[in-house]
Design a protein around this ligand. Structure first.
Ligand SMILES: [Zn+2]
Length: 117
């Protein structure tokens, strides 16, 4: 009656490793966005580069950006957005509209109260 399933355990461990990679990548993305903010004043082009890198990591590991991260770059030209600097922010009811000064396009984000993120 005491049949321990070792095989199942090893499988679980393997999955954990995969999760670790995801967790590390998420951290990396977070850091990249932080660096993009920090560097913007001195070098906005470098900020754009950080966004590109973050997007590449996200695509590779199928990671979704958090709603906060999504607001930090333009959906059309993928440049890093700094409100008041290279984009203007307007809130209309339930959506936030970011207008990118780089490509002159709008990015609309609806904001709802979320339980997570
Ligand atoms: Zn843009």
């Amino acid at each position: 009656m005491t049949g321990k399933r070792i095989n199942k355990k090893t499988k679980a461990r393997h999955q954990k490793k995969k999760e670790d990679v995801k967790r590390i990548s998420k951290d990396r993305i977070k850091t990249l966005f932080k660096q993009a903010v920090d560097t913007f004043k001195e070098n906005s082009k470098l900020s754009d580069r950080y966004v590109t890198l973050a997007r590449k990591i996200a695509m590779k590991y199928k990671i979704k950006f958090t709603s906060t991260q999504k607001r930090k770059f333009c959906k059309h030209c993928y440049c890093f957005l700094m409100p008041g600097k290279n984009c203007t922010v307007r809130t209309t009811g339930k959506t936030i509209t970011y207008s990118c000064k780089n490509c002159k396009k709008f990015t609309r984000i609806s904001y709802k109260k979320k339980s997570s993120e």
